[in-house]
Design a binder for this molecule. Structure first.
Ligand SMILES: *Cc1c(COP(=O)(O)O)cnc(C)c1O
Length: 367
């Protein structure tokens, strides 16, 4: 048996989650966010499964060009727009849409000459203070873009900073700021990320931009995916390659960070931070051993980690260990290691084998 550390990607779950997005925002078009290699799931296979979306959003040309070259005819939006004027040729050739978040980007478009006019999304800073034009400069930027020969249609977007917290008033403030900033100006609007889509109906508008929910993860601080009928897409698994019979007082792993409180069996699973499993996941982080709930013990190594076999008396070498996914929400794992599911999904490394499963679990192919 080779090192069996793999991410099983459930393409049917991706399609299902896209349907959940449709159902939840029936009046909106869906821009499926597939940046960062589709949140670590594999850009092209994920995009194929999400082909029923109305468009795709990515960060940069490096992500947009492969999508276009793979034959997708959807609108593709560059969420950070141009980094420099020299990118315009590729933007045109690949028929990409651009976010315009700063006046320096407006200036580039004013000077640009294109064969066909571009669709641009004027990004408004409605309170996140990350990317976007301040509300007071929006009308002027809009007029400048209207007068730019390279610009065809102008649309509006903004991004929500606190939508994952359903008790926060900040989202309401941002919605108001956004509406005020583009009041009276014609153009489609886009506000909602996954949390907006599922939690804030007032944020739906013409286009929604779900990311994390498509991958089967709850965007909220206080719930897991099943509550929203989302299905986990990535299941990260490994296997036990050794089992140690430890005595009370034995120290386990680097630094002896775990001390056995009793005689117990400790399993060694072949996955570690070299595979993208977070090193700062400590004792108590949940895992499944042959489907049974268990936990990590001590420090995560580069290639291995130690698991508690006290609750799994029949565990044997070669048994599967699930790190997250089906049966163990990645939200729960993230909560144990002081991060968010987004980061865990994005960080799975190339050493992990990615298998893509469609529907019945029968047709698995490796990439
Ligand atoms: C990443 C991103 C999204 C998607 O956010 P999720 O929380 O994953 O749904 C939407 N809009 C913008 C501008 C983004 O950068």
């Amino acid at each position: 048996m080779s090192r069996d550390t793999r991410a099983l990607i459930d393409l049917a779950a991706l399609r299902h989650n896209l349907e959940v997005a449709r159902r939840s925002a029936p009046g909106s078009r869906i821009m499926a966010v597939v940046k960062a290699n589709a949140y670590g799931h594999g850009l092209l296979p994920a995009a194929r499964a999400l082909a029923a979306a109305d468009g795709f959003a990515v960060s940069s040309l490096a992500e947009a060009v492969p999508l276009r070259e793979a034959g997708f005819i959807h609108p593709i939006l560059l969420l950070q727009g141009l980094y420099e004027a020299s990118e315009l040729a590729t933007v045109e050739r690949c028929r990409l849409e651009l976010v315009v978040h700063s006046l320096w980007q407006v200036e580039i478009l004013e000077r640009a000459r294109t064969e066909r006019p571009l669709i641009v999304w004027l990004k408004v800073d409605s309170g996140m203070h990350r990317l976007g034009l301040a509300p007071e400069v929006v009308p002027d930027a809009y007029r400048r873009l209207q007068n730019a020969a390279a610009v065809g249609e102008i649309r509006f977007m903004t991004h929500l900073a606190n939508a994952d917290d359903r008790n926060s008033d900040y989202t309401r403030d941002q919605l108001q700021q956004f509406e005020r900033a583009c009041a009276g100006l014609a153009g489609a609007r886009s506000i909602a990320n996954s949390a907006g889509l599922l939690g804030w109906q007032g944020s739906h508008s013409e286009w929604v931009r779900p990311g994390i929910m498509l991958y089967g993860v709850s965007p909220f601080l206080d719930s897991v995916s099943a509550r929203h009928d989302l299905r986990p897409v990535m299941t990260l698994t490994s296997r036990l390659i050794a089992i140690n019979q430890c005595r009370r007082g034995d120290r386990v792993g680097y630094g002896g960070a775990f001390v056995c409180p009793e005689d117990m069996r400790v399993g060694i699973a072949t996955i570690g931070y070299g595979d993208g499993y977070p090193r700062h996941a400590g004792t108590g982080t949940p895992v499944l051993v042959r489907g049974q709930p268990s936990q990590i013990l001590g420090r995560v190594s580069m290639d291995m980690l130690c698991v508690d076999l006290r609750g799994v008396p029949d565990a044997a070498v070669h048994d599967p260990v699930t790190l997250w996914g089906r049966g163990l929400p990645v939200e729960k794992v993230a909560a144990h290691c002081d991060t968010i599911p987004y980061e865990l999904l994005c960080k799975v490394t190339a050493r992990v084998r990615f298998d893509y499963e469609d529907g019945d679990g029968q047709s698995t192919r490796s990439l």
